[in-house]
Design a binder for this molecule. Structure first.
Ligand code: PGA
Length: 256
């Protein structure tokens, strides 16, 4: 049993509608009623418009609510943005920041990701901060340099804080939605690197911070990934849209 309590978070991305979400929530509740899962924190991060629906359905399940993004600014004239205070108001416990899809599609820089982290933490929302290298960067032998740079941008904000509201997700871009998972050994190597880097940068809670793996995690590969010493759960995309698949992944985290 690890000293860090595993976290499994579902990142629904831009998927779902009222009816299909209802189906998914019913499935999650039913799976938990069949067999409760203890010793694992579970979260789901639906798209913004469905956060209210999720809050109502998750109710007393123990599954925490999260969002996929947050503004880097406080409330005000920022058309189209959603602030950390709004997420807190809606009952969000977590928010994902720095996902590679936002870094690439929305041009989010390390500096923007750090501002988002700061805004979320200021409103007592836990952050799941994503880092990851592209295939080209890995093949050029730059994976550690890229991850190191991404961690260094966040470390000053994280440095004085405890581990309860800070989670890192290592998501190699080449493994996201591709069906190609990093091997447990490759992922473990990077997780250990990230933890060492946090320590070097003076992050007080480096040893207690949970580092999740993300990128094509399925029920069939979750157990071997979660068994690695520095892999403390997962950030799950595609497989989080199917209730039984997601719950089976959560169960894999319960037994490590
Ligand atoms: P995937 O996505 O599980 O579909 O690969 C993971 C993520 O992008 O968070």
């Amino acid at each position: 049993m690890k000293s860090r309590k595993p976290l499994v978070a579902g990142n629904w991305k831009m998927n779902g509608d009222i009816v299909s979400n209802e189906h998914l929530f019913t499935g999650l509740r039913a799976a938990l009623e069949r067999t409760a899962i203890s010793q694992v924190d579970i979260a789901v991060c639906p798209p913004f418009p469905y956060i209210g629906q999720a809050a109502a359905w998750l109710g007393d399940t123990g599954i925490a609510l999260g969002a996929q993004n947050v503004a880097a600014f406080p409330n005000g004239a920022y058309t189209g943005e959603v602030s950390a205070s709004m997420l807190a108001d809606l009952g969000c416990r977590w928010v994902i920041v720095g996902h590679s899809e936002r870094r690439t599609l929305a041009g989010e820089t390390d500096g923007i990701v750090a501002s988002k982290l700061q805004m979320a933490l200021a409103h007592e929302i836990g952050v799941i901060a994503c880092v990851g290298e592209s295939l080209e960067e890995r093949e050029a032998g730059q994976a550690e340099a890229v991850i190191g740079r991404q961690i260094d941008a966040l470390a000053p904000v994280m440095a004085p804080l405890g581990a309860d509201r800070i989670v890192i997700a290592y998501e190699p871009v080449w493994a996201i939605g591709t069906g190609r998972t990093a091997s447990p050994e490759t992922a473990q190597e990077m997780h250990a690197f990230i933890r060492a880097r946090l320590r070097e940068r003076g992050v007080r809670a480096a040893d207690a911070i949970r580092i999740l793996y993300g990128g094509s995690v399925k029920a069939s590969n979750a157990a071997t990934l979660f068994a690695m010493p520095d892999i403390d759960g997962g950030l799950i995309g595609g497989a989080s849209l199917v209730a039984d698949d997601f719950m089976n992944i959560c169960r894999c985290a319960a037994v490590v």
